[in-house]
Design a protein around this ligand. Structure first.
Ligand code: 13P
Length: 352
């Protein structure tokens, strides 16, 4: 490992392995920015709160969420800086065997030459920030890039080559810096499904962006064995007529094909995002994928895939958050248990 000492390489591979090693376990993504958190936590009465009251509410929500997690189902949790540094919540997780991680990406700005695509900010000053995150208990980091996906040619289909190259290069720079700070990077290409692409187009875009990410990571000397990837599920866009009739089995076949073609076998795990899909839908996609892989004969392309599990945010917490806002903390805690268990089943190929 030319860019890493033997010890550093071993630590990175060990953490990556711990996040996905036990079949069924996955990550809870709880890394919304504070302003987004305030929006999500606003209750129906829309009472206006002071900044201090909002901060306190965010802290109590995070404490409730993290203390609800069961390490039988959850291997890691992704935190925003506020939770990790200001609220110092990492010990709440690590004390029960859940590995804390940090959301590393900054804000989005449009690419000047392609204004429907984005540059993700945050590379400047990233190394000291990730070193501070490590001191506060983080062992991995995550960086999300949104990837446009359309079929229409007006003015050009998305993503553009410029958009793809920008995304892959940014993720690779992030991954290299994250490993320099001793944190396992999770690269997150989040392919948009709000537009008019069909499943074939979404699959093609996923494959292209994932191919490019590994090419750029290798160019930056990233230790691929010490990384994980968090992709979206390929799927027809909300504006494509086939959206209504697509079956989880078709999504599963497309997803397994992408992973088998584009994710190197040296990668230990793939952790899918839920992307705002209803929790049951996201869970069904994951369950069908694992059921397909389990049923595939050995040896075959799908019998050699890395661990396929979840890194869900909304897919795990949506129902719990509604219950918590309605004042029922116990029901919220039960809901965390229920949905994490469903995800755990899904990642073992069990459709509930
Ligand atoms: P969702 O599962 O809600 O898409 O969140 C995952 C995530 O971390 C988005 O960056």
């Amino acid at each position: 490992h030319s860019h890493h000492s033997h010890f550093e390489a071993h630590e990175l591979m060990k953490t990556a392995n711990e996040l996905v090693e036990i079949k069924g376990r996955g990550i809870y993504a709880s890394d919304e920015a504070p302003e987004m958190m305030d929006e999500l936590l606003r209750n129906a009465q829309k009472v206006s709160l002071t900044e201090e009251e909002k901060r306190k509410k965010r802290k109590i929500w995070k404490e409730t969420a993290f203390s609800s997690l069961n390490s039988e189902y959850i291997s890691g949790a992704i935190l925003h800086w506020e939770s990790l540094i200001d609220f110092q919540l990492a010990p709440l997780l690590s004390d029960k065997g859940i590995i804390p991680g940090i959301r590393a990406n900054g804000e989005l700005v449009p690419i000047p030459r392609s204004t429907e695509e984005f540059i993700v900010q945050g590379l400047d000053n990233l190394l000291p920030q990730l070193q501070a995150a490590r001191s506060a208990g983080a062992r991995f980091s995550k960086w999300r890039v949104p990837v446009g996906c359309t079929s229409t040619n007006i003015p050009v289909p998305l993503p553009t080559l410029l958009g793809l190259e920008t995304s892959a290069e940014t993720l690779a720079q992030f991954a290299a810096i994250s490993q320099q700070a001793g944190l396992v990077p999770i690269v997150e290409p989040d392919v948009d499904f709000s537009r008019d692409a069909d499943l074939a187009r979404s699959t093609e875009v996923h494959e292209r962006v994932i191919d490019l990410i590994y090419i750029r990571m290798k160019a930056h000397g990233v230790l691929i064995e010490g990384t994980l990837i968090k992709p979206s599920f390929p799927q027809p866009g909300l504006q494509h007529p086939s959206r209504a009739e697509v079956a989880p089995e078709e999504i599963a076949m497309a997803t397994a094909t992408i992973i088998s073609r584009s994710v190197p076998t040296s990668v230990q795990g793939v952790l899918f995002l839920s992307g705002g899909l209803p929790s049951q839908t996201a869970t069904n996609f994951l369950a069908s994928l694992n059921a397909l892989v389990l049923a595939s004969p050995s040896p075959s392309a799908f019998s050699r895939l890395p661990r396929l599990t979840f890194s869900f945010g909304r897919g795990i917490q949506n129902e719990a958050m509604e219950l918590w806002k309605a004042g029922d903390e116990n029901a919220a805690k039960e809901s965390f248990e229920k949905w994490s268990r469903s995800c755990w089943h899904a990642s073992k190929g069990v459709v509930l």
